[in-house]
Design a binder for this molecule. Structure first.
Ligand code: ATP
Length: 438
């Protein structure tokens, strides 16, 4: 499929995110801050759902993966050993004409700002954020904000093996913040300096690494499509040898068709025994696995699927955005999978009349323990349906005057707009059946 540029879709999604409270510019009242973003009342719900969907598939539904939540701050020794201090760099050039700085591999020989070809030689710019831990600002107190969560899994490898009694093939999964001092962040939340990443380090006998690499590439591709990204928006791309990260023996990206063209969504890497060996050498701790049955000691290879939670949220939003017509009226609708939508259900009293209030609150109370619910009483019911469509709420439950007589409510489906009457007593069962997995 040809690359295409759909600036209109991009602008619409960015505007929707801002207007409806998904994503705000950080410190907006001060003019924003360098491509940094805050997640608003709807964004925080959706981002949690993205992370939950990942955790469920990677940890909850498996018996070979355990979780971890390691610190964001870590000492230079970790990054010295991992190779990040010397290798985690992007090539940077300055434009001598307008003084802008660029990532050399993304601009060719022309300054995108002023069109000048008068660029400096590329030099390596380290992407890690450096700070000091403690009240003394000297080299002895240097700490780094992690640029990936993976190192926490490697430095804790022996702790996890000892305490979980897992043996290869097994994995450690982690979700958390990562920081990269990107030279040119941009495209909204696609590339930011602070972001959240979801990483699995899957430890395997070295000979099995190629098979597990293919396995994880397939698994991860399927995760995105299962949650609603059409296959036409996804493709796999194997890295050329000269683009491999310093630790990688083989990498493939799962790419997404962004409005500006194809780009990385998720990376799957065969990190070989690079990290465990490096930390073993530097720390003096053996980071090996002893296979009792075979009487063999070896350093496992690592297969790593790594996906930005924030970038993933953006891909889901872009893929879900649609405009259609309902009953002769245009509407905007986010066709998000129900597992990702900020609210699963909106409870809507037909009018503000006090008689409806008690029953509406009763229905809300019935659903809240099981589902994230919105409750909205302002404006006409049609407008409220449109509002829920626009933020992706899969089901609206309307309480009307008949409800007071028959104790039944109307359940409206976001995608088909079909409405059915359901007794309040059967409402939970109805929603459970609509949300039941395959
Ligand atoms: P790129 O080449 O685009 O800089 P990368 O290959 O360095 O990315 P990885 O190190 O493979 O990226 O990071 C794993 C995943 O983390 C990426 O696939 C992406 O989803 C996410 N990610 C990486 N950098 C950023 C960022 N600056 N902002 C948001 N998400 C990011």
């Amino acid at each position: 499929m040809e690359d295409h540029v759909d600036a209109e879709l991009f602008d619409k999604v960015v505007t929707l995110c801002k207007v409806r409270g998904f994503v705000f510019a950080t410190a907006e009242i001060y003019g924003g801050f360098r491509s940094t973003y805050d997640y608003g009342p709807l964004g925080v719900l959706m981002l949690r759902n993205v992370k939950q969907a990942w955790w469920r598939s990677m940890v909850q539904l498996r018996d070979d993966v355990v979780g971890l939540d390691a610190a964001i701050l870590s000492p230079p020794a970790v990054w010295e050993a991992s190779g990040h201090l010397s290798n985690f760099t992007d090539p940077m050039v300055d434009c001598r004409s307008c003084k802008e700085r660029w990532r050399a591999d993304s601009i060719g020989d022309t300054c995108p700002n002023c069109g000048s070809h008068d660029l400096t030689e590329a030099r390596a710019f380290n992407l890690m954020f450096k700070t000091t831990a403690g009240p003394v600002d000297d080299e002895g107190h240097v700490a780094y904000l992690r640029p990936e969560t993976a190192q926490g899994m490697f430095t804790n490898f022996a702790n996890v093996v000892r305490t979980s009694r897992k043996k290869p093939p097994f994995g450690i999964a982690q979700i958390g913040k990562a920081f990269r001092n990107e030279i040119t962040p941009g495209n909204f939340i696609f590339r930011t300096r602070e972001f959240e990443v979801m990483e699995l380090e899957y430890f395997v006998p070295p000979a099995d690494a190629p098979t597990w690499f293919e396995y994880w590439l397939e698994q991860r591709f399927g995760w995105h499509t299962d949650l609603g990204i059409p296959e036409s928006h996804l493709r796999k791309r194997v890295h050329e040898t000269d683009e491999l990260s310093h630790y990688s023996a083989r990498t493939a990206d799962i790419e997404f068709r962004y409005p500006w063209g194809w780009g990385e969504l998720e990376g799957v890497a065969n990190r070989s025994d690079f990290d465990l060996l490096a930390h073993s050498r530097a720390s003096g701790e053996a980071l090996e696995y002893f296979d009792q049955a075979a009487g063999e000691r070896y350093t496992p290879y690592v297969i790593e699927p790594a996906l930005g939670a924030t970038r993933s949220m953006m891909a889901f939003l872009l893929a879900a955005y649609a405009e259609d017509e309902v009953g002769g009226e245009r509407r905007t609708v986010l066709r998000l999978d129900w597992r990702l939508a900020p609210f699963t259900v909106a409870v809507l009293p037909l009018s503000k009349k006090p008689e409806l209030e008690a029953t509406s609150q009763e229905v809300l109370g019935l659903l809240q323990p099981s589902y994230m619910c919105d409750y909205d009483v302002t404006q006409s019911i049609g407008k409220r349906y449109r509002r829920q469509d626009e933020i992706g709420t899969p089901w609206c439950v309307t309480v009307d005057f008949d409800t007071l007589e028959d104790r039944a409510v109307t359940v409206r489906d976001r995608d088909t707009t079909e409405q059915v009457r359901v007794p309040i007593d059967a409402l939970l069962t109805e929603l459970v059946s609509r949300t039941a997995g395959p």
